[in-house]
Design a protein around this ligand. Structure first.
Ligand code: FAD
Ligand code: UDP
Length: 373
């Protein structure tokens, strides 16, 4: 080994990489072990060999934040392009805007409401069915938008995405999705800054991990490491239940499978992501990464497209299913985690949290401050 490590970081995703970068900048030597063949965790991007188009191997990632600390930090390692995320959804062979906005509502009901009329219009719908204390995703969605919009755009998509009915899912999932009474079609609410790293996500991770104080070992599983290395102060960003060998139960994760197609068109769908709201189509989304980098002005006759299927693959954890049963199991693991003197758990997998990238960075910066204090 080139360095004499003071710290061990398990996982080279965003959490592990930000922690490693910060520790290294304080003069600490950091060994990063990553079980995949590449760095970057689920943000990893690479060029498609057939078309030369950069794509995100684990699903489309758009950086967005309103947090100044996060924005100031990340800009030290990359510039961003000015891509703005917009999502469309297909329902009964018609395209609508998402998140549900005034265009979606007017188009769906075939009316022409003004922004100041939407609330009253929805109130009429909600007077038919409403829940003061929504107990699950279905009740929460109906209380926000009424049953017809819920059934068109949320119910089937959610069932496909999570592999269970919306009445079995926590209300919090749907609170991620804003509802707008105007024609704004930007996907993220209150995102002061958004974009894709100009040279792709992987180049951002190369910069984060570029210090001579950092050594990265890919294809290296923490659980196969020499016992001496495991004695180092460790930041573990793998799944928390795996760390304890699933002794207190398996946490449930939702996964996705991306099926690649190269299409003989210069542009296949006209935008980076289209959602499929209906049950007769088994995939949830179609991604066309060409659109993530408008500044590259790709001049191809071919385009790479990914069909996204949701799956329950516990070996490939993506989304935590934070329902009551899983949170009970998590609480037991959290108790055990506190007893680990040498190990801190972090990141989306290590804390079983549904973090976007900006929150992941913020949590990593908080952890480093804690370590230094
Ligand atoms: P990860 O990226 O999962 O990294 C953990 C790393 O640890 C992995 O590389 C893994 O291989 C490694 N590891 C695990 N176990 C071991 C072990 N035993 N030994 C060695 N290494 C190990 N956020 C946004 O802000 N915008 C988006 O558009 C967006 N889109 C997303 C789309 C999808 C499909 C998903 C799943 C997430 C999306 N996110 C998005 C969230 C974003 O991916 C996360 O916030 C971020 O990747 C979390 O980083 P992490 O380091 O916690 O986890
Ligand atoms: N959702 C939906 N219809 C859509 C898009 C999202 O019902 O067309 C619901 C679904 O339950 C999803 C949640 O809203 O899990 C959050 O959506 P988001 O796009 O934030 O999910 P992510 O990008 O994390 O997959």
């Amino acid at each position: 080994m080139r360095i004499k490590p003071d710290y061990l970081v398990v996982g080279s995703g965003l959490f592990g990489s930000v922690v490693a970068q910060n520790l290294a900048s304080q003069g600490k030597q950091v060994l990063v072990v990553e079980k995949r063949y590449h760095i970057g965790g689920n943000c990893f991007s690479e060029l498609d060999a057939e078309t030369g188009i950069e794509y995100h191997k684990y699903g489309t990632h758009i950086f967005h934040t309103s947090n100044e600390t996060v924005w100031n930090y990340i800009q030290k390692f990359t510039q961003f392009n000015d891509y703005h995320h917009q999502v469309l959804t297909l329902h009964k062979n018609k395209i609508y805007q998402l998140p549900i906005n005034l265009e979606t509502i007017n188009s769906f009901y075939n009316i022409n409401l003004k922004p100041y009329e939407v609330e009253n219009f929805l109130k009429k719908e909600l007077s038919k069915e409403n829940y003061i204390n929504p107990k699950n995703l279905e009740e929460q969605a109906i209380s926000l938008i009424g049953r017809p919009l819920y059934e068109a755009f949320i119910k089937n998509y959610t069932s496909k995405q999570w592999g269970k009915g919306p009445t079995e899912l926590p209300a919090s999932i749907i609170r991620r999705l804003p509802i707008r009474y105007n024609y704004s079609e930007t996907y993220f609410n209150h995102a002061r800054w958004q974009g894709i790293p100009l040279h792709g996500f992987t180049s951002l991770f190369e910069k984060l991990l570029s210090s001579p104080n950092i050594e990265v070992k890919t294809n290296c599983d923490y659980f196969d490491l020499d016992e001496n290395l495991k004695k180092l102060p460790t930041i573990y960003t793998g799944p928390i239940d795996r760390f304890f060998n699933f002794k207190l139960g398996h946490l449930e994760w939702r996964s996705i499978r991306l099926e690649k197609h190269v299409m003989n068109y210069s542009d296949f769908q006209g935008t980076s992501v289209i959602n499929y709201a209906d049950n007769d189509v088994t995939y949830t989304r179609v991604h066309e990464p060409l659109h993530l980098h408008p500044e590259r002005n790709y001049q191809n006759k071919k385009t790479t497209v990914f069909y996204e299927y949701s799956e329950s693959d516990q070996n490939s954890p993506y989304y935590p299913v934070r329902d009551e049963d899983n949170l009970k199991i998590l609480a037991k693991y959290e108790e055990r985690a506190k007893e680990q003197e040498n190990v801190i758990f972090g990141g989306r997998l290590g804390t079983y949290a549904y973090y976007d990238m900006d929150l992941t960075i913020l949590k990593a910066l908080e952890l480093v401050n804690y370590i230094h204090s």
